[in-house]
Design a protein around this ligand. Structure first.
Ligand code: ZN
Ligand code: ZN
Length: 172
């Protein structure tokens, strides 16, 4: 997502309002595939503080994920704060400072937005707080009714282990 900065670069103390819709790329992370069937929205403002440009805003959208217990596809809200410092490539700036460097009068924000998303997102979503998950014996979705398997004899510690094994195979 390229943002044209030409108006704000020249204008010390200037302010550029942003409302940009953009395509967020499908992102694999923590064993989940995050998909975005609709464009996301970046809303915010870029302020010129004479030394650098400060971007403050948020990214909102809808993302497709899966229930961590039963695997059902879910659509959940995405809302990530975005705070970045933009500096021109020829500006003198401490090297360890975490900034976005731009050249000319345009800045590319996609990488920073995806990185911010990865910092904020968790890999665990549930279709409902009391999702019953899948039968540990036959794999049936227990939210749709009982499959009739006798799971009662399972030692709770073994069940915990089965859950861990399942999470491990889920994240492969
Ligand atoms: Zn579920
Ligand atoms: Zn079953």
């Amino acid at each position: 997502m390229l943002i044209n900065l030409s108006d704000i670069i020249k204008d010390n103390d200037g302010k550029l309002e942003l409302s940009e819709s953009f395509e967020m790329p499908t992102t694999d992370f923590l064993g989940e595939e995050f998909t975005f069937s609709e464009p996301c929205l970046l809303e915010g403002v870029i302020l010129n503080n004479t030394k650098s440009l400060e971007l403050k805003g948020k990214v909102t959208g809808k993302m497709g994920v899966h229930c961590a217990r039963c695997g059902k596809p879910l659509t959940v809200d995405l809302e990530d704060p975005v705070e970045e410092i933009l500096v021109r490539e020829d500006a003198v700036f401490p090297e360890d400072e975490d900034v976005i460097v731009y050249s000319g009068s345009e800045v590319e924000l996609m990488e920073a937005i995806v990185n911010g998303f990865l910092l904020n997102v968790s890999g665990k979503f549930l279709c409902s707080e009391d999702c019953k998950g899948l039968c540990s014996i036959c794999g049936a979705n227990l939210n749709e009714g009982d499959c009739g398997c006798n799971r009662e004899y399972i030692d709770p510690r073994l069940e915990k282990l089965a859950e861990i094994m399942k999470n491990m195979s889920d994240t492969e």
